[in-house]
Design a protein around this ligand. Structure first.
Ligand SMILES: Nc1ncnc2c1ncn2[C@@H]1O[C@H](COP(=O)(O)OP(=O)(O)O)[C@@H](O)[C@H]1O
Ligand SMILES: [Mg+2]
Length: 278
């Protein structure tokens, strides 16, 4: 099965904020009090592909959990379409960083993907089955449908989690370092798959990565976070032509300028190894 990859988006962003973090603060109380962020503000407009980069432990996962309504902020507001987010909105799907915990070990790969849509009454049994097969194929796991997750490599398990999220065909997709354990070639294919889907049913994507190049390649905007207590230190609009191409886009002199700008911002934090640039 083949999908037209990396097509130009049909709709341009409307400039209307879809997702907003307004003065978000999050503190974990307990024996070791952790102030994750203090005053985090940024927005994602409808139609945008926004990447968030920031050092390990700065609160990227916590931020996505707050925006998905899985944990409340200590102060400030998380808004979807201007409304406070209290639980995961129907049109939103979050791909967790820890895919090993998010897959059901007693279900086959196909059963794990089906899990995402089995309560969707708008779909017939055949449609559900076709969707499972389609997204497993698209992430390159068509032949692994009848394996158990624990029989797969880490990268494959991560792709099962991605297929499960895509099978929902969400309008708004939040992803937490989703390609961290896949090999470089597969990663390039998955990046382009995502860019292609952003041109179809997925309207808006918020994507966490610690790879600066990946962030620039994918996004309309890169939001750079500081160390804890975390704030936004840069919000860089990426004005590279679409459709993007792995070789041409990454070889564009403007690409190198964005990389330099973001890397310098990160270096100013005194950070090194948590980021990969080259
Ligand atoms: N449930 C929790 N209770 C206490 N501390 C937590 C909890 N979840 C995350 N933290 C702490 O919050 C900080 C940010 O974690 P996380 O959001 O996972 O960062 P990142 O995804 O950027 O690596 C870390 O110091 C982590 O130890
Ligand atoms: Mg994380």
């Amino acid at each position: 099965m083949k999908l037209e990859r990396n097509i130009v988006r049909e709709e341009t962003p409307t400039g209307r904020p879809l997702l907003e973090a307004r003065g978000l603060a999050k503190v974990f109380e307990g024996r070791h009090r952790v102030e994750v962020f203090q005053d985090l503000t940024f927005r994602v407009d409808r139609g945008e592909f926004v990447c968030v980069v920031g050092p390990s432990g700065c609160g990227k996962t916590t931020l996505l959990r707050v925006l998905a309504g899985l944990t409340p902020p200590t102060r400030g507001r998380a808004l979807l379409d201007g409304q406070p987010i209290a639980s995961t909105p129907r049109e939103m799907v979050l791909v967790f960083q820890d895919y090993t915990k998010s897959l059901l070990p007693w279900r086959l790969v196909q059963g794990n993907v089906a899990f995402a849509i089995e309560r969707d009454r708008a779909l017939s049994r055949d449609e559900r089955r076709a969707r499972v097969a389609k997204y497993l194929d698209l992430v390159g796991l068509g032949r692994m449908a009848e394996f158990y997750p624990w029989q797969l490599s880490g990268g494959m398990q991560q792709r099962v989690a991605i297929a499960r999220a895509l099978a929902r065909e969400p309008k708004l997709l939040l992803m937490d370092e989703p390609f961290a354990s896949v090999d470089a070639q597969t990663r390039a294919i998955l990046e382009d798959l995502l860019l292609g889907l952003h041109g179809s049913f997925i309207e808006t994507i918020l994507f966490v990565t610690h790879d600066i190049d990946e962030a620039i390649y994918l996004s309309d905007r890169v939001v750079v976070l500081s160390r804890r207590p975390t704030r936004v230190i840069q919000d860089v609009a990426v004005d590279l032509p679409r459709p993007r191409h792995q070789l041409q886009t990454r070889g564009d002199p403007a690409f190198a300028k964005y990389r330099e700008r973001i890397a310098l911002a990160i270096q100013s934090l005194g950070i090194g190894e948590e980021f990969t640039t080259w």
